[in-house]
Ligand binder design. Structure first.
Ligand code: FES
Length: 401
């Protein structure tokens, strides 16, 4: 991944703007997002800050790869009226993305917000690490690499994303999990805290950046004083909580859910890494439910994405990612109960929808039901992020619990 750091403060950004500007925020959904300075949530935060200060933001554009000139041209062509009205574009992208937008919109003021240092990788422990600095940075090759903190200090840049990341230290409390005391953040999401404490809790539909969907029911736990089993992904931590994450009843239920998913989606779903992990963990080799899935046509119509409904487990991550991260709402649920399916547009082919190709759906899909075309041919059941460097929650260990 490409490593970038925020290069200007909020005051410097405002000095580049005028009160009359019609601003478009333009952000990338790949590396720069994983350096903590881009993505839909950051655009929304910046939009709020600018609006509070009396500026006019007319659109937020989330692009899968801002450094692709053709993609930027496509967005320009599709929204001619918007870009005729816009007078300023703030790019939450790497420097290459910024240059690309400048080339495509020569008549609009384009403001870059990041300095790019070269390529590197991401580890859950250390975050983004620069391993191959660009020659113009003057940095030497260093086997340890350079953390974002190193770069911020060495080059006198800005830490995090404007004021958005300045979160006060959360209050900690102790709850009881599986008979042992556990130190957790007060009012936090229970599943987040269990996973943060390295507990293996299956969760197919939850991702902290999308919020709780509560669809797969794999994360069910017992909480003293509450009736039945509750999804830990939809539960807020409370003082004195007593939680059971594993016992015979919970295991039996999780096994049944897994078998049902496989029965509904077909054998191919077992190629999903998450599903395989939990099938192995619960030693499921046979399915007591009958395969009921009818083979559905693969949607190959789009130039960027390919959708195979046969692999869909109806977890709702793509629906949530499309609505929350890209703001497009191109993917939705249709029908009810056992007839529920995911559809694109008004039950149309992907190619006939307003998909902005931000790739958020493919990024969050746990079963490869949606994959980018360029790499869908290369994979055989492995989520595409195993082929490229993606950060938190996208590694096998964190995704599997
Ligand atoms: S992870 Fe909690 S219901 Fe799916």
């Amino acid at each position: 991944m490409i490593i970038s750091v925020r290069s200007l403060s909020y005051d410097e950004l405002k000095r580049n703007l005028s009160r009359d500007d019609k601003i478009v925020l333009w952000s990338c959904d790949t590396c720069v997002k994983h350096c903590g300075i881009a993505g839909m949530d950051k655009m929304t935060a910046l939009e709020d800050m600018l609006k509070e200060d009396g500026y006019t933001v007319i659109k937020k554009e989330l692009i899968s790869e801002s450094c692709q000139v053709n993609l930027a041209k496509k967005h320009k062509a599709a929204q001619e009226d918007l870009f005729n009205e816009a007078t300023a574009i703030i790019t939450l992208t790497c420097e290459l993305g910024y240059q690309c937008v400048r080339n495509v919109f020569p008549k609009i003021k384009v403001i870059g917000t990041a300095k790019t240092f070269g390529s590197g990788n991401f580890s859950n422990k250390k975050g983004p690490i620069l391993t191959s600095p660009l020659p113009n940075t003057g940095l030497e090759l260093n086997p340890e690499g350079y953390s974002l903190k190193n770069l911020v200090e060495t080059f006198d840049l800005q830490q995090g994303f404007f004021d958005f990341d300045k979160v006060p230290n959360p209050e900690k409390i102790t709850i009881t999990v599986d008979g042992k005391p556990l130190n957790v953040k007060k009012d936090a999401n229970l599943l987040d805290e269990l996973l943060a404490n390295r507990m293996k809790i299956p969760h197919l539909c939850y991702d902290s950046s999308l919020g709780a969907i509560g669809a797969c029911r794999m994360c069910l736990v017992k909480i003293e004083g509450k009736r039945g089993l509750v999804p830990s992904c939809c539960t807020q931590i409370e003082e004195g909580m007593v939680v059971t994450t594993e016992d015979e009843e919970i295991e039996k239920l999780r096994k049944s859910i897994l078998q049902m998913i496989v029965a509904e989606c077909g054998e191919e779903i077992q190629q999903s890494r998450d599903i395989r992990f939990w099938l192995r963990r619960y030693k499921i080799t046979e399915n007591r439910f009958k395969l009921s899935k009818q083979e559905e046509a693969v949607d190959d119509s789009d130039e960027v994405l390919i959708r195979d409904p046969n692999r869909c487990i109806l977890c709702g991550r793509c629906v949530s990612a499309c609505a929350k991260l890209s703001g497009q709402k191109v993917i939705n649920f249709a029908n009810r109960g056992s007839n529920t399916v995911t559809i694109t547009g008004l039950n149309d082919n992907f190619a006939n929808t307003d998909c902005a190709h931000c790739l958020a759906c493919a990024h969050y899909c746990p079963t490869n039901a949606i994959t980018p075309k360029a790499i869908s041919k290369k994979i055989s059941g492995y989520p595409f992020w195993t082929l490229i460097t993606y950060p938190k929650k996208m590694t096998r260990s964190t995704r599997a619990g």
